[in-house]
Design a protein around this ligand. Sequence first.
Ligand code: HEM
Length: 452
Amino acid sequence: MSSQSIDYQQYSRRPSRRLTHIPGDSGLPVFGQTFSFLRNYKALTERRYRRYGQISRGNTLFQHSLTLLGPEANEIVLKNSEGQFSSMLAWNPLLDRLFPNGLMLKDAEAHRYDRKILQGAFKKAAIEGYLDSMNPHTERGLENWPVGEEFPFQHAVKQLLLEVAAEVFLGVEMGEEASGVNNAFVDTMLASMAVVKLPIPGTLWQRGLAGRKHLEDFVMTHIAAKRREQGQDIFSQICHATDEDGNYFSDEAVRDHIIFLLFAAHDTTTSTLCSIVYALAKNPEWQQKLRDEYQALGKDKLDYDDLGQLENSKLVFKEALRMYPPVPAIPRRTLKDMELFGYHIPKNTAVAISPLFTHYMEEYWSEPTRFDPARFSKERAEDKKHFFQWVPFGGGAHKCLGLNFAEIQTKLFLFHLLRRYDIKVKDGYEMPRSWVPLIFPADGLPVRFEAI
Ligand code: HEM
């Protein structure tokens, strides 16, 4: 089904409620399972699996939907081999006012076309350029962090990533302009979580719309200069990227893609670094393994060719993403009637798969609640039983475009951090989590760094 042939009009009604022939329940009147979903999404999916199996109906956030659990479900939905699932219809209601026309909000041919062009910004040569500015920025950023006293890691790392992003994504030098852009971006991100979406002055939503406008103005003001001169930032790469016939993105498309990329990268990487720092604080032997790995390189900055050698860092990255996948659920809407696990699913049904649930299935993972990075080693290869059992980056046509970038940024951060500091948390500390919409520490993750 090509995007030209998708007539989105016919899906403008709310998703189908004709699901009562499928096992499941509607929960509380009006609210359904919304409270359980918000309180502990992980426990909710586990309960559903025990009670109903890999397919069940429910009602969360005022929408009737199907939860599809396990690697087989992930494969069917993410591969989307018959074009029967729409990403646009699922994400648009959540994101279209703040992040319109982003890659995840496109389907079929329109998606394929834009994705192919954008991929240029994530090739080796481009990433080498990003590393040049990420190295000094990450190192300098860490210099200002408190040592020997407890501080909320989540806030500090978010700020650091914002500063690096201003340079790497947008090519803005630190200073007044960068802080204006950063504030606008933070407001836009916060608004994406807003419950009330009315443009009332002073509300999250209204500040988000103003933030979006600021970002748009920033991009449009700089676009001509970016097109004239090829810089090393992602914004510049997108301005110069072309399709096979040499056509460039329009100014508006560049604007929407770069703003969406900022959004897709920021909280996901913040979440990942929080999970890793927490896991390393609780497992000091892995801290030491990583430190040894960095010291073995015998250098003060990471070059592109060093990255592949950081085997233990990769294991830790994978394990943290298994235990705490930043995007715990991935939604879609069906574009046609279909059969799934023996049930008829009407078209225009909201469905969601769950990387988080899959990552704890005992059928696939030994002691899934234990932090055990070596499960991903070549010798143990626990992740190789099913191609869709480890899916923190999704899969298929919409698989995360920034997955290598995220891994590199993580390695770079850990390289600069662990060569200087020991990471500690209070004895007996267990990090509380909020699970949706993204996995985050519920307490900001209080940590202490000790100079080595
Ligand atoms: C560890 C960090 C990250 C995680 C866990 C993550 C996760 C994901 C997931 C699960 C999807 C698929 C969503 C779906 O199928 O509906 C996705 C898509 C995407 N991600 Fe990431 N992401 C991360 C970092 C990044 C970074 C750093 C960038 C950009 C530099 C990025 C850019 C994108 C884009 C553009 C898409 C849409 C791809 C498409 O629709 O074709 N992500 N990400």
